[in-house]
Every structure is written in C-alpha cells, then in structure tokens.
Design a protein around this ligand. Structure first.
Ligand SMILES: Cc1ncc(C[n+]2csc(CCOP(=O)(O)OP(=O)(O)O)c2C)c(N)n1
Ligand SMILES: [Mg+2]
Length: 388
C-alpha cells in the first residue's frame, strides 16, 4: 500500500525561515555588568587587562596609595580625638579608602565634590586643611572651609539631599557653557531616600554632568543591605531613570579609579549622569557613638580585613617597581607627621560655645528658638555653678 499524501507531508522536513535576531533591549546599554569590575585580585596580583577599563597610569596609582595611607592615619587620629573630647562625633571610613581617594583623583581640581559626613578622608585627600574638615564634627555651626574656593559642598548629614544640590549645580555649570563635573558621594542606605531618586531623575532629564558614586559599605547604621533593597545591585537604580551604571569592587583601588575616570569622562562629554556602585565595607562602627557588635559578627569583619585596599595596592605597586621598603616607610612617616600636626592644632582649638548653635539660623529667631536658647543658657550657667 502506498502512503497517503498527508503522511508524506508529515514525513518531509519543514522549511523554517531563518529567525530574525532579537533587537537588543533598550535598557541593555544602561545596565551594569553582571559582576563588579575588578582589575586586581585581593592579594594584589593583576587580573588580565581589559579593553573597557584600561589601567590608570602607574604614577596616579602611586599617588593614590600615598593619599590612602595618609588618609587612614588621619582617620585613626580623628577617632582618637573623639575620645579626648576634641570632636563631638566622627564617622570613620576605614576600609573605604580606595573610594574616598579614588573619587577625588578622578576629578579636576575645579570639579565639584558633594560629600556626606563620612567623607573626611576624601576631603583631606583633596587638599583641604584637616582642621577645617573636622570643624563641623567638632560641633561648630559652619563647615570649616570655603565651599566655593574648594569646589566642595559642605559635608551633608541629611541623607541624599546632596543629590539634588549636585544636579542643580552641574546643570547650572553646563548651562553656562562650562564642562565642570559634580561627583556625589552617597551611601547604600541613602539610595532609599526620595532625594536620591529626584536628583538622579533631574540630572538625567536635563543631562546634568553628575557622577553618583554609591559606596555600598553594607550597612546603614545597623540596617544591613538586605533590609534596604531586593535589587541585585544598587547600580540598577539608574536604569529606570535612563542613567547608565556600573558596579566595581570598591576595595580594588585600580578598578575604582578606572571606573570612576570613565564615568567622569562620560559626564564631561555632555552625555549626562552616570551611576557607580562600589562594593566595599565599613570596618569600624557607624561612628564612635555606635556599638557594631550588636548587629554584626566579628567573622564578617575579619573576612573583609583580607580585602584591605591599602595592602592590595601596596603589593601591586611593589610588583610594578613603584614602591619599595624605603618608600613605604617614608610615606608612613609622612602620615605620622600629618597626624601629629593635626593633634597639636586640634588641642589648641578653642572650645565651641554651645549657644552659637542658635545663631545664623534665622535673621529674627522664632519664639521657640529664643525659648530654647534661654533654657540652654540657664542649664550651662547652673552647670558652671555646680563646677565652682
Ligand atoms: C534624612 C535622614 N534620615 C535619617 C538620618 C539618620 N542617619 C544618619 S546616617 C544614617 C545611615 C546612612 O547609611 P548609608 O547611606 O549607607 O551611609 P553610611 O553611613 O553607611 O556611609 C541614617 C539613617 C539622616 N541623617 N538623614
Ligand atoms: Mg552604608
């Protein structure tokens, strides 16, 4: 029996049209790479070179090392000054030095920095007098340095408000035909604030040249990252606003400088804002007033000690003949002298008059402020009498 035409049709292979390749999703160009960019292993040995993030010049990396070492010594000194009653409070950035210094080195001197309370090391790395940097943290009513002369906004304590300030300044600069870039330092927790989203959105719509640099140090005081976000990376927060982004190993100084340099170049070229998330870790408590043992394990802290950004860069620079024992000792001595000078000058600083808190708030103090001022004045007088 011969087969039916239907059976023949079923047996013959189907001719398929070649599939048209799917167009790339429009957001693909905005998303960060799946893994944080890394150019050094944790032991400082180099990873293969990459075309998208060329290694910064060795001289810049050596200067980065110097500023990181001096910055860490400054940071330890500032913590000690809180114990001596010379500072009201100090948020340490120990462990985050690659981010602190990398952000500054990626900029021109007349680009703007918008720091938070945690960026004292970034500001000293920018060349601002350390006594001026610590003025606010000593409890004074002003930020200590001249923001316009230093192209550096006051250290911002209300979370994320600097995101909108930076968008406005950067937009104003580009509107006036200047190619200034504004770099915003912001923490992981603060990306949950409305001002972060409003700032990023404004900057994107108006193509303001801002680099939003998120130092994800895993905690917002005691709140771990997992309680802040379900996103795979904080850098994903850019895509909804049309902002390209990248994530980087924040304890790899070479990668941090490479990624930030590219982000700054993007903003300076008039392409609008860029978002970088650096994965790093806060080695110390939130501030000297915090007890981090109440919410995190010592093992976790120890694991991050092995990824220290300073020893990582030091061993890399040694293999590239950019550092030897003598140079390391010389930089350590420089850091020691820097801390000693700071200590002496802070000890000579006048104590801040608590009543100055009420000045410069309003031209005409409100009745409530006047009342509070009188209460404080009476309390201080009573305390003085008690001391006598
Ligand atoms: C608008 C506002 N809300 C709350 C606070 C209190 N506060 C100070 S620091 C902080 C945590 C911020 O964490 P993160 O943004 O991750 O920065 P980090 O301190 O880790 O550098 C909070 C909630 C604040 N300063 N401002
Ligand atoms: Mg944080």
């Amino acid at each position: 029996m011969t087969s039916t035409p239907q059976a023949v049709r079923r047996a013959s292979p189907r001719k398929r049209r070649p599939a048209t390749p799917a167009a790339p999703h429009p957001s693909a160009a905005l998303l960060p790479q799946a893994e944080p960019v890394r150019l050094l292993n944790p032991d400082g040995s180099p990873l293969p070179a990459r075309a998208d993030y060329p290694e910064p010049p060795l001289a810049a990396l050596r200067e980065m090392y110097r500023r990181m070492v001096v910055g860490r010594r400054f940071d330890a000194q500032a913590t000690a000054l809180t114990k001596q009653g010379r500072l009201a409070v100090y948020p340490s950035s120990r462990g985050q030095e690659a981010c602190q210094v990398g952000g500054v080195l990626a900029l021109h001197d007349d680009d703007w920095v918008f720091p938070t309370y945690r960026e004292s090391v970034a500001l000293t790395a920018r060349g601002i007098d350390p006594v001026e940097v610590l003025t606010l943290l000593r409890g004074d009513w002003h930020c200590g340095y001249d923001p316009a002369a230093r192209y550096t906004a006051p250290q911002c304590t209300p979370l994320a408000t600097q995101c909108v300030h930076a968008a406005g300044l950067a937009y104003g600069e580009s509107y006036q035909g200047r190619d200034t870039v504004a770099l915003v330092y912001i923490g992981d927790g603060a990306t949950s604030e409305g001002d972060f989203h409003e700032g990023v959105n404004f900057a994107a719509v108006f193509k303001a040249p801002v680099v939003y640099f998120v130092q994800n140090n895993r905690y917002a005081i005691s709140v771990p990252l997992s309680r802040q976000t379900a996103a795979p990376s904080l850098a994903y927060k850019g895509v909804g606003y049309g902002v390209p982004s990248e994530q980087v190993d924040g304890n790899d100084p070479v990668a941090v400088l490479a990624v930030l340099s590219r982000a700054v170049a993007h903003a300076r070229a008039g392409k609008g804002p860029f978002l970088v998330e650096a994965h790093t870790y806060r080695m110390e408590p939130h501030t000297n007033a915090d007890d981090a043992t109440r919410y995190r394990d010592a093992d976790e802290v120890e694991a991050w000690r092995d990824r220290d950004p300073i020893t990582r860069l030091e061993s890399y620079l040694r293999t590239r003949d950019m550092l030897d024992d003598a140079a390391v000792a010389e930089i350590a001595e420089e850091a020691e002298a820097y801390a000693a000078r700071l200590r002496d000058r802070m000890n000579a600083q006048p104590t801040v008059d608590p009543l100055s808190l009420f000045e410069h708030v309003y031209a005409q103090p409100t009745p409530q402020l006047a009342e509070q001022r009188e209460l404080l004045r009476a309390e201080l007088a009573a305390a003085q009498e008690g001391d006598a």
